[in-house]
Design a binder for this molecule. Structure first.
Ligand SMILES: C=C(O[C@@H]1C=C(C(=O)O)C=C[C@H]1O)C(=O)O
Length: 270
């Protein structure tokens, strides 16, 4: 049985919604930090991994050439929630689900000359009683944001970045303001010694085509699962870049350089 590591997030549903288990393929669900670990351990064969984790373990992992969770500008689900202004942040609670966004946050703060203390913590906005800021990603970031919004704005230019004294800083937007590049949060990888079977990659690509071609159906399912309006989920999903195209690779290379890691530029030829 070939085991696929599947994220538990709405943001990857367009890739998996139309992918069937069976015919030699089984799913194992987890959050990015779990998937990262399982891929390295060998308990999954092909998986989404955090881009930062991939860069750190490029001696052992090689990505598919054309799969990513990336975006240009806002992502809406990698959010720092905080009361104090960005430049005053000292004491930050970090999601335990993410490798990439934790490193991205640290980079962005240090680039602005801010030295903060970081504490892994589980929870949501209640952590703001003990910390200056809390970093959330994925479904939790989306539902937390939605919980603060009293209306869904008509235009993206009306999405508030401060609600009832809580500031919402979108880390991908911050990255864009600094670099003018896309940000790659996740790639799909296998271990060096285990090339991806072409038939599986073909199935993944076919599922992605169906998912993106039928995005309203995918968004409908995910909106219901998370209890958010379909219109919000549709916009959230069509904003992603799922093909690791040249601008995304440039963004990834720039992130590697920013965090002092080599960028291998080495993908499976599949
Ligand atoms: C954009 C997101 O991307 C996810 C974030 C990841 C990370 O930060 O390590 C890894 C994979 C992505 O699916 C998100 O969950 O909000």
């Amino acid at each position: 049985m070939y085991i696929l590591g599947v994220p538990r997030y709405a943001n990857t549903a367009p890739l998996y919604h139309f992918l069937d288990e069976g015919d030699g393929v089984a799913f194992r669900y987890g959050v990015p930090t779990e998937l990262n670990r399982w891929l390295l351990e060998g308990t999954v064969d092909l998986s989404l991994v955090s881009s930062y984790f991939y860069l750190e373990h490029a001696d052992q992992l090689r990505p598919l050439p054309d799969f990513s969770v990336a975006d240009l500008g806002p992502v809406y689900s990698v959010n720092l929630f905080h009361h104090a202004p960005w430049h005053k942040l000292k004491n930050i609670a970090l999601t335990t689900e993410s490798a990439t966004s934790v490193r991205l946050l640290q980079y962005l703060l240090e680039a602005d000359g801010i030295q903060a203390q970081y504490t892994p913590a589980q929870g949501g906005l209640e952590l703001l009683e003990r910390f200056d800021a809390v970093l959330l990603i994925g479904d939790r970031a989306i539902t937390t944001y939605y919980g603060l919004l009293s209306i869904i704005p008509e235009s993206v230019h009306q999405v508030p970045n401060q609600i009832e004294g809580i500031r919402i800083t979108d880390l991908s937007m911050k990255w864009f303001e600094r670099t003018r590049l896309p940000f790659v949060f996740g790639v799909w990888a296998t271990r060096h010694n285990a090339p991806p079977p072409p038939e599986i990659v073909r199935r993944l690509r076919a599922a992605r085509s169906l998912g993106l071609g039928n995005l309203a159906a995918v968004a409908g399912t995910e909106a219901q699962r998370l209890g958010v309006p379909e219109r919000l989920m549709q916009h959230y999903l069509w904003n992603f870049r799922y093909h690791l195209e040249a601008p995304d690779r440039l963004g990834l290379a720039t992130f590697a350089k920013a965090v002092g890691l080599p960028y291998p530029d080495d993908y499976w030829d599949v």
